[in-house]
Design a protein. Structure first.
Lengths: 116, 116
DNA sequence: GAAAATGGCAACCATATGATTGCGTATTGC
DNA sequence: GCAATACGCAATCATATGGTTGCCATTTTC
């Protein structure tokens, strides 16, 4: 018999996806996903927007748990956090799995003439 | 030697994530991912918002390619489209892979005192 | 053919979002 | 110590977003 594993509360991934839903933030996250922590200055060096704009994006990522930050001297270093990405992935996996499941793909638009 | 496969244009997944970044839309997509096409009325039946609000969300999903719609008589049927989900997943996979790669996780915040 | 069901369109509203600018403060380099 | 660097805070702005309401048109149903 299985041990009484407590369900790890699904926690809706919408905020994570929302944080990912921006080109600039995706780019920042991609850079940081190499595991190297970087300062705001470094991250805004080649951006076509102000440092403040980049800072805001980083704070959005931080709110979603996608990055963490620590102050080191006069700079703020941001680092990639893998957990939310895992969570988002597993959500997409579940959606894909449900789609792949059974006869799913055969039912599309083939419900007959009646209301559904 | 490999055939000259044309790169399937990366097409930034930000708009897909943005479309996924809403509770209501995630819920709609989850329902539709069983492969059954449904009308707007059906989809808004148990929603705590107006039919119009649900319609707007469905159009957002449609703009991101996550669902398609066809008019059947007096109703509009929406069906799940798997491609964007695959694309989003593969993006997250690449991010995760880069993270898993090499010594990535060891570099976090361990860059020494100098500016980075 | 009249009523019900389905949904499109448009106006409208409050709030969120993405970005800028200006300025103040703390830290570092020389 | 002073200038440069790095950053935070706040105001401001335009536009996007999420939601509502009202009304009209098309289909079905009986």
């Amino acid at each position: 018999m299985s041990s009484p594993e407590r369900q790890v509360r699904p926690a809706d991934p919408a905020p994570i996806f929302a944080a990912l839903g921006d080109r600039t933030r995706l780019s920042l996250l991609t850079r940081l996903s190499d595991g190297r922590a970087r300062s705001i200055s470094t991250l805004s060096a080649d951006a076509r927007m102000t440092r403040q704009a980049v800072t805001k994006h980083l704070r959005v990522l931080e709110s979603a748990g996608l990055v963490s930050s620590i102050r080191v001297g006069r700079e703020s270093r941001f680092a990639y956090r893998p957990e939310p990405v895992i969570e988002a992935r597993s959500y997409l996996d579940r959606v894909s799995a449900q789609w792949d499941d059974a006869l799913g793909r055969l039912r599309t638009f083939v419900e007959g003439p009646g209301p559904i």
